[in-house]
Design a protein. Structure first.
Length: 147
């Protein structure tokens, strides 16, 4: 009897964010959220069958991605959002790349047609000692693929 190879869970702290089709040099992100897909269903009750309802898929929706990083002297994220404010929607493909302990790619989520819809920066306080966090919320056309 052979012993199956052990599959340990993947830690969530080792990742990159890649913007395709741009010359944005942004730095490392500390947090990414919005990696999900929600499919709506319509219930159909079949006559004479009281044991269950059929669930027919309708539309899949994807929430906006939210990227957070420590503030640097780069204005790239703000400038990209400023283009949207000025009516120029410059979409990009965004990949969220999960890395293993050796920093090799093990999974990639690819989102197409992405553009920023909200930019923010954390509050400033002379009494604190935390770093400034820059946040960019990004709309997209959906999850193109998972590699």
């Amino acid at each position: 009897m052979s012993v199956a190879e052990r599959k340990d869970p993947i830690p969530n702290y080792n990742f990159h964010v890649e913007f395709s089709g741009s010359n944005l040099i942004i730095g490392s992100f500390s947090e990414v959220s919005g990696l999900e897909a929600n499919t709506e269903f319509e219930e159909y009750e079949e006559g004479g069958n009281n044991g269950f309802s059929h669930k027919l898929p309708k539309r899949t929706k994807y929430p906006n991605l939210v990227l957070k990083k420590g503030e640097t002297d780069s204005k790239a994220l703000y400038e990209w959002h400023k283009e949207v404010i000025n009516g120029k929607i410059n979409t990009r493909q965004i990949s969220i790349i999960l890395l293993n302990h050796e920093r090799d790619e093990i999974k990639r989520w690819i989102f197409g047609g992405a553009f920023p819809v909200k930019w923010s920066q954390s509050d400033l306080s002379s009494t604190g000692n935390s770093i400034i966090i820059e946040t960019l919320e990004i709309a997209h056309r959906g999850l193109v693929g998972v590699l």
